[in-house]
Ligand binder design. Sequence first.
Ligand code: NAD
Length: 137
Amino acid sequence: MGEEKSGLETVFGLTGKSALVTGAATGIGREIARLFHRAGAEVIGADINEAGLQSLQQGLGSRVRTVWCDIGDPDSISALFGTVEQLDILVNCAAIYPMRPFEEVDTPLIDRMLDISQVTSGTLPTRVTAASGWGCG
Ligand SMILES: NC(=O)c1ccc[n+]([C@@H]2O[C@H](COP(=O)([O-])OP(=O)(O)OC[C@H]3O[C@@H](n4cnc5c(N)ncnc54)[C@H](O)[C@@H]3O)[C@@H](O)[C@H]2O)c1
């Protein structure tokens, strides 16, 4: 007996699609990973939170692969893409937004925030474009 189709999968079927979700260990990224999984997608969840990745993997079981990846580090992104064969969807949810007094916000912190958001490096979109065969921004 196969997996039962959810209403979501019937309407927005993602069967056969591969989705990379960064920041998948917690919060919005985790919920998107779960949603896409329910819609039938193969989900690759990337994050630096190992415990969160492990619980996502355990909760979803099949059609999910979790990968430790620092989205702010081009080498880590390269290692991730070395394991990706097909990619149709990217949801880049990885982020940090540390709450601290303004005078404690320094350039390294801002650089790190921008790197993780891919605002300045753009490494992730470039790799996704190459892996998927279509353009994205
Ligand atoms: N929560 C909100 O109200 C809200 C509102 C608007 C926009 N957003 C945006 O949505 C996104 C997700 O927000 P959230 O509330 O789910 O945050 P969250 O902190 O719950 O999740 C962020 C995830 O990113 C991961 N992460 C951090 N640095 C990483 C790195 N270097 N490499 C890989 N993963 C890394 C964290 O481990 C965490 O699992 C963020 O971009 C945030 O700015 C959130």
